[in-house]
Each structure stands twice: as structure tokens, then as C-alpha cells.
Design a protein around this ligand. Sequence first.
Ligand SMILES: [Zn+2]
Ligand SMILES: [Zn+2]
Length: 278
Amino acid sequence: MVKKNHEKSIESAASEYKEFSSGFVEGICYLCGEKIVRFDQNKPCLHWLLRKHKRVKKKHIKQLLDSKEIFQVISYLRWVAKTEGKLSQVNDFEAYEANPKLIYQENIKYEDTEWTFWVKKEDLEGHKDQYSSFPHYHLQITIDGRPFVNFSDFHIALSEWEIFNIYARKGAFPSYKYAFPFGESYLDLFTFLPEEKIVDEMVATDDEKKAQYHLQTFIEADPGTTIKGEDIAKLIEERKKTGVPLAKLVQKLKNVRAKTIVMPENLIEPVSRKKRKR
Ligand SMILES: [Zn+2]
Ligand SMILES: [Zn+2]
């Protein structure tokens, strides 16, 4: 039954994602039906976060965020970032960092806009002053490198349910995970997919900037045997022709053991902590 529900939610996420992406390429927001460049103050919508209209001000962003759950916002922005086709536009590695003071951090980048979500332990406890004494998160938005929203601008309230999901993202509950269908980060892939599967789904590229993964393959001959240089040369030739990564092709070789290490490539840098205010 659980599995069925899971399949069903993946299915509905798939149709929602399809709606999102077919609208997005036409410049239409699938949520409100308006053009993404349009701003109607009476219809708060997640597409405001893209700030395609200059009349979108900080207060509108705050008004919008107060009515949405944090992972609703993140899911939407991940889908937007993914329209650029690169997993490296989402960095949530720090969310899993063994730092007891940092509860959650995620950076998302699309075109020249970057969103950083940030929850520290003291944010969950609430700060001392009356305007931020409740559990909350912080958000920074930069456009073309310039701040549009600063970390210190908003204290956006978090419900118990949202806090539960934040801990679920961090892997606090073995039987309950919070995934982002169609908006997976590297971390999600490493968490949910076995490495062999990642290798299976990859296509090799010689363009460093396009590379999503960096693969290092170590090949070792079985004891008492040798690896022929010509066999390796053949595989390299095949890789060029077919685009199948070497890590996958080496599995064809006999008498060798291959170990592949998968590393994310061109991942966006997390925002420096020094620059942040609380
Ligand atoms: Zn909209
Ligand atoms: Zn705070």
C-alpha cells in the first residue's frame, strides 16, 4: 500500500512537472496561468520569486513566502533551475554537513538569480527580540550578484510540519524521506540512486562546462593477468563514438576490476558564511 501511494505521488508529480515545463518554455506560469513577466499584486504566486517584473518588491516576496511552505518554494525553484539542464544549479550539500548549529542550507541558481535558504539552530529556537522570537528561516536573493533580499530582511515562520520535513531531508528518520521529484540535486542522486545506476544513465562529454559528473575510473588487472593497451584504446575510441562513459565501458573488459568514483562537477559555490548576518 505504501508503495502504491508512493507510485501515485510520483505519477502526479510527473504530470505536474510536465505542466510546469511546457508552460515555462512558453513564458507562462503553470500555477496562476499568467505570463511569468507579469505581476498582479492581488494574485501572489511563486513566479514572483523570479522577479521578472521590476514592481516586485521585497514586501511582496515576504507576503508570498508567508503563505507557502519552505519546500514548496524550494521545489518550484529547483524545477526552474533545472530548465537550464544542469544538476550543478542546486547545492544542498551543506544541509548534511556535520555542523550542529547549521540545520539547513540550500543554494539554487537560475540565470543571474540566486536564492539561498538558511536555517540555523538559533533560528529554530527564535531570536531574543519580539519580531523573530518564533521558529523561522532566512532567505537571500541576489540578482546579477547584487542583493535583492538580504538574510537579515525576513524571518519567515516555520510550522512544526516544515521543521519535521527539514529534519527528514537531513536523514533523521530512516523510514521517511523527503524527495524532490524532477528537481533532484546531486545529493539526492547520491542518496537515492546506487552509483552503478548513475554511471548507467550518464553520457560522456568532452565539454568541461557541460559535464555534470566527473568520473575517475581506476582499472586493475586480476592477479596473474595483464591489461592490454589496445583494449583500452578501443574503449576510448568507442567512448568518443557512442558517448557512453568509460566507467561503463570498462565493464566489458575481462580479467579486470574497475572502480569508479563519481564526483559532482561545476557545482555552484555555497554563499560564504562570513558575509551573512543573522
Ligand atoms: Zn504564477
Ligand atoms: Zn534568524
